[in-house]
Design a protein around this ligand. Structure first.
Ligand code: SDX
Length: 430
């Protein structure tokens, strides 16, 4: 990075020069890497609201303009023109593939979709009523117990194989977690089906009869995967990067990402949002929930609303809203009560000063659950589907970090407010 400017920090009369780096797009960054060594002070930023933890070339978000790009391509164009495996190639390798490159990549992914047969027994160790995210954390972490030939993060070939295995096997594992939770037999992946159709087939087909995937649902599923593929340094991606900084194997790092994504403030919001919309039930009950969301003494928040970065609108939510209309219409589901509540809730909230002042808009999770519900998924499968899609983002960021010559183990410091040094007191004198 060419350093052309710097900031001067003065502490107790002593000045320190902090280099300023300018990005391709977005805010400049203040380089504080030498600050502690020079000034014996830490910076303080719980929640990392003002902290760039790395440099990256993968995804760019402009929260004020509602812009999201992957390798420079706007998300709305990718959602409309591309498809998920092509977006996976773009995220992994930096450019849109040629036809030959795409055919080869899709062939590789297709042939990695089965999991080691012995892993089927893992599922039997879980209770049938386990949340599928609990199963996914366990089974994905256990991949490091089966795929030893792709756990050495210092071997480029092994990193490549692990990347392909994770992208290919996540839909299979998610579908198996679903089948296990409803007591149905597992369905094997089918090589003649595309990625999204394969996932739907593994979830909804049964051995007793043929199952034809509805192309409308397959296109909608593929678009949902694309919209969730990557999102800069969000909580779960940062978890994967931090886990990977210790040299942990890729399966363990992705399992850590799944665990973080599960939280209702993050990927768990799609499940929480649909459950909230169902709890509201009818349009006339919306004002009651809007008031609760505004009440600082009430922990209730509008799920699917608000975002750390987007302070205008989440471009993914716009595409998802249009897709919800299209899919429900094509499925002949008119006047879906949950969709009506969602649209009215959005309208009322966006006219309310509280939400305007705090710049709270629908995020990616606000409409996705309505589509997934219409497809026949239980709410417990919403976050696993998010995890399937985000795996390529986690992996792309993981690969980028491993290729960074500046890579160090991530080790933040703290503002210590505990007890001063004191001597041990024997129990007889306490
Ligand atoms: C995802 O980071 C990513 O990119 C994530 C993600 C991705 O693709 O990886 O985009 C996916 O996680 C989307 C977000 C899904 N989560 C939800 O929908 C849960 C509901 N939203 C909130 O919990 C919240 O908006 C967050 C967690 C998303 C963002 O929280 P921030 O940035 O820490 O903001 P904040 O909590 O400090 O809120 C600022 C103010 C607060 O009020 P004050 O304390 O200033 O008075 O806005 C209020 C909050 O109380 N607020 C809300 C609200 N979200 C924030 N009030 C009511 N309802 C909400 N949803």
């Amino acid at each position: 990075m060419a350093e052309t400017r710097s900031a001067t920090l003065t502490i107790d009369g002593k000045s320190y020069e902090l280099p300023i780096h300018s990005p391709t797009a977005g805010p400049d960054v203040l380089d504080i890497r030498k600050l502690y060594a020079q000034a014996n002070v830490f910076t303080y930023d719980p929640g990392f609201t003002s902290t760039a933890a790395c440099d990256s070339t993968i995804t760019f978000i402009d929260g004020d303009e509602g812009i999201l790009t992957h390798r420079g391509y706007p998300i709305d164009q990718l959602a409309a023109e591309s498809h998920f495996l092509e977006v996976c190639y773009l995220l992994l390798y930096g450019d849109l593939p040629s036809k030959e490159e795409l055919d080869q990549f899709e062939g590789i992914i297709t042939r990695h979709t089965m999991i080691h047969e012995q892993m089927h027994y893992f599922f039997r160790g879980f209770r049938r009523d386990s949340h599928p995210m609990a199963t996914m954390v366990g089974v994905v972490g256990a991949m490091s117990a089966f795929y030893h030939d792709s756990t050495d993060v210092n071997d480029q070939k092994q990193r490549e194989i692990a990347s392909h295995r994770l992208i290919a096997k996540m839909p299979t594992i998610a579908a198996m977690a679903y089948k296990y939770s409803i007591g149905q037999p597992f369905m094997y992946p089918r090589n003649e089906l595309d990625y999204a159709s394969n996932f739907l087939h593994m979830c909804f087909a049964v051995p007793a009869e043929d199952y034809k995937v509805d192309p409308i649902l397959s296109r909608a599923m593929d678009r949902i995967f694309t919209l969730h593929a990557d999102h800069e340094q969000n909580a779960s991606t940062s978890t994967v990067r931090l886990a990977s900084s210790s040299g942990a194997n890729p399966f363990a790092c992705i399992a850590a990402g799944i665990a973080c994504l599960w939280g209702p403030a993050h990927g768990g919001a799609n499940q929480a949002c649909l459950e909230m919309l169902r709890e509201i039930g009818t349009v006339d009950r919306i004002p009651e929930y809007i008031e609760r969301a505004k009440d600082r003494n009430d922990p209730f928040r509008l799920m699917g609303f608000g975002h750390r970065v987007y302070k205008n609108f989440d471009p993914r939510a716009k595409v998802m809203k249009a897709s919800a209309d299209e899919v429900l219409d094509l499925m002949g589901i008119q006047n879906n009560p949950t969709l009506q509540v969602a649209k009215e809730l959005e309208r009322i909230a966006l006219e309310d000063d509280y939400f305007q002042d705090k710049k709270l808009y629908p995020n990616v999770d606000f409409y996705s659950g309505i589509i997934l519900d219409a497809m026949g998924f239980p709410t417990s499968m919403f976050t696993p589907i998010f995890a399937v899609a985000r795996t390529v983002g986690w992996i792309s960021q993981w690969k980028e970090q491993l290729a960074d010559p500046q890579l160090k183990i991530g080790r933040p410091r703290q503002l210590y407010l505990g007890d001063k040094l004191r001597d041990y007191v024997d129990i007889s004198r306490r």
